[in-house]
Design a protein around this ligand. Structure first.
Ligand SMILES: [Zn+2]
Length: 285
C-alpha cells in the first residue's frame, strides 16, 4: 500500500481562489486543482492508495468549518482514498474540547503550521495543544523549517522544534519536510529522535509558475546522497512518504523517492508500511 502522508485539499467552492492565491503569493506551481477529486485523479496516476489531507487553520474562527469539511472527507473514506486530519489554531477557543471532540469523531490527528498560524512551535499555546494530543493519542503533523510563502520568517526552526521536543517528547509527532525545510544543516540534533519525519519537498525542486526553479533563501532540494544519509541517520522505520500535493506532482515525488538510492525494504517502509502502522490502516495489498 502506498500512502502519501502530506497533501492539501480545499472545498470545491474555495479551491480555485485558495490554490490560485497561494500559488501567486509564493510563486509556486500547482499540480492539481486542490480539490478532493483532483487529488484522487493524481493518486490514480501516481499509484497512491491513501492520501492524508492536512488542513491548515489560518484564523481561529475557521476551526469548526474546516473540521466539518474534513469530517465529510473521512465519511467517504473506504480504506482507500483521501483521509483528513483535523485542523486547529493556537488561538482556537477551548482547544482541549476541540481535540477531545476530534478524537471522539475518529480523527487520527491534527495539523499545525506555525508559519501560516504566526505562532512559534514552542509557544505555550502550541505546547498546550501538543500535550493534549499526546494525552489523546492523536498524531500531530507539524510544518518544519522555512516556507516559500514567508521568506525570512522562523516559527519552526530546528532550535524551536528541539525546544518543543524537550518540553513534550511525544512519539506521534510528525515533522514535515524531513524536520526542517531548507534548514537541514542546522537540524542534526533532530535526527534519531523518537518522532516521525515526512519527505515532502525534500528531493523536489520548488517550481515557480513558469516552470523554473523557485529560489527562496538559497533553498535547494537535497541530493540523493544527502537524502538517503538523513533517512538512515534518523531511521527509515520513522520516515513517511509525503508529496505536499498540489505543490508538487505526486507521481514525480514518488519516482524521485524510488530513485533516491533507498533499498527495497527501506522504500516499502517509507512508501506505506510506516504510515499504515501509524494510521492503524490494514496493509491489504
Ligand atoms: Zn504542506
Amino acid at each position: 500500500m502506498v500512502i502519501d502522508f502530506h497533501t492539501h485539499t480545499f472545498p470545491d467552492t474555495l479551491a480555485p481562489r485558495a490554490v490560485g492565491g497561494l500559488a501567486e503569493s509564493a510563486d509556486m506551481m500547482n499540480y492539481s486543482d486542490g480539490t478532493v477529486s483532483g487529488l484522487l485523479a493524481s493518486m490514480e496516476r501516481a499509484g497512491v492508495d491513501v492520501s492524508l489531507a492536512a488542513p491548515v487553520v489560518t484564523k481561529p474562527h475557521q476551526t469548526e468549518g474546516i473540521n466539518r469539511a474534513a469530517q465529510a472527507i473521512n465519511n467517504g473514506f473506504t480504506g482507500r482514498g483521501v483521509l483528513s486530519l483535523g485542523g486547529i489554531h493556537p488561538d482556537t477557543e477551548r482547544p482541549e474540547r476541540v481535540l477531545e471532540d476530534l478524537k471522539a469523531r475518529g480523527f487520527r490527528g491534527i495539523k499545525l503550521h506555525p508559519l501560516f498560524q504566526g505562532t512559534d512551535i514552542d509557544d505555550r499555546r502550541n505546547l498546550r495543544i501538543i500535550e493534549k494530543c499526546a494525552e489523546l493519542d492523536l498524531i500531530v503533523l507539524i510544518h518544519a523549517g522555512l516556507d516559500p510563502t514567508f521568506p525570512g520568517v522562523e516559527h519552526a526552526s530546528p532550535k524551536q522544534i528541539l525546544h518543543m521536543l524537550r518540553e513534550i517528547p511525544y512519539g506521534k509527532i510528525v515533522l514535515a519536510h524531513l524536520g526542517a525545510m531548507g534548514q537541514w544543516f542546522e537540524a542534526e540534533e533532530i535526527y534519531g529522535r523518537n518522532v516521525y519525519l515526512d519527505t515532502a519537498c525534500t528531493l523536489y525542486p520548488w517550481r515557480n509558475r513558469r516552470g523554473g526553479v523557485t529560489d527562496f533563501e538559497g533553498y535547494i532540494a537535497l541530493t540523493n546522497e544527502r537524502f538517503t544519509g538523513l533517512v538512515r541517520r534518523h531511521g527509515a522505520d520513522r520516515v513517511l512518504f509525503g508529496s505536499d500535493s498540489p505543490w508538487t506532482d505526486q507521481l514525480e515525488s514518488r519516482t524521485l523517492l524510488k530513485r533516491s538510492g533507498l533499498t527495497d525494504a527501506e522504500l516499502r517502509a517509507v512508501l506505506g508500511g510506516n504510515a499504515a502502522r501509524l494510521l492503524g490502516l490494514e496493509e491489504g495489498t
